[in-house]
Design a protein around this ligand. Structure first.
Ligand code: NJP
Length: 230
């Protein structure tokens, strides 16, 4: 209630579940994705956003400042899974530009705003949806996990930097989630026992609704069927 939250990658999957959950709790929500056509959710303002494009990020950040945003959720992400020898420069740029540069640009565009809010006595929050593989890898995962290791590093550096202006930074690390991720479809039979997008949204809401004296540094969650791995 009373919160103003910006969510990237808000058009489907985890991001869409999250904007719905936040709006249902009374937050004002700004959701960004490249294609926001046809999206209508009560309490959510959608704006076209490509997190890898500085001009698009600047326009989104400007809307966020105008709305008085107090929390940013960097959720937009893409994945390509190939053995090392098959990864192309185009694959590299798409995944790194979205997952790493996107997080840096979107966050960076709001730091001065968060510093000003702190000056006015209010701390802000950044929640980065990375992955359970932001700290381990697997065959075929070189590019995606490199991007998620890097996104985790950005998350940690921001936490160090943000302490000076009361910023609470959280990393959400989901295992397998039934979404459209990696050019798949939601609801495919083999995903029946995976996490639901709402499960991950719940973890983000947990971090965002923690009392002001509590900082949730990290949440790691998996579907029960996924092999235990840290
Ligand atoms: O994926 P999906 P998820 N600028 O494909 C948007 C992480 N994760 O919900 O731009 C702005 O259903 C895209 O919209 P559009 C994963 O790494 C997942 O699963 O119109 N937005 C859509 O709204 C990612 O960080 C799993 O194409 C951009 C959204 O992002 C996060 O969860 C496991 C964009 C993607 O929705 C959400 O992914 C895990 C751009 N340049 C981590 N590019 C999993 N699903 O199993 C894409 O460990 N989007």
């Amino acid at each position: 209630q009373g919160r103003v939250v910006a969510v990237t990658g808000a058009s489907k999957g985890i991001g869409l579940a999250l904007v719905r959950a936040l709006a249902a709790q009374g937050a004002a929500v700004l959701g960004g994705a490249r294609d926001v056509s046809g999206l209508q959710e009560t309490g959510v303002t959608f704006q076209a956003l490509d997190v890898s494009d500085p001009a698009s990020v600047a326009a989104f950040a400007s809307a966020c400042r105008e709305a008085g945003v107090d929390a940013l959720v960097n959720n937009a992400g893409v994945g390509t899974f190939k053995p090392v020898q098959d990864i192309t420069p185009e694959d590299y740029r798409r995944v790194m530009d979205t997952n790493v540069l996107g997080t840096i640009l979107t966050t960076g565009a709001l730091v001065a705003h968060f510093q000003a809010r702190y000056g006015a006595g209010q701390g802000s929050q950044v929640v980065n949806v990375t992955s359970d593989v932001s700290g381990r890898t697997f065959a075929g995962g070189a590019l995606y996990t490199a991007s998620k290791f890097a996104q985790r590093a950005v998350t940690h550096a921001l936490a160090y930097e943000g302490q000076a202006y009361g910023l609470r930074v959280t990393e959400i690390r989901p295992g397998m989630v039934d979404t459209y991720f990696g050019d798949t479809q939601q609801g495919e039979a083999h995903k029946a026992a995976w996490l639901r997008p709402e499960d991950v949204a719940d973890a983000v809401v947990y971090a965002l609704t923690a009392p002001a004296h509590v900082r949730i540094d990290e949440v790691l969650l998996h579907p029960t069927v996924q092999e235990v791995a840290y």
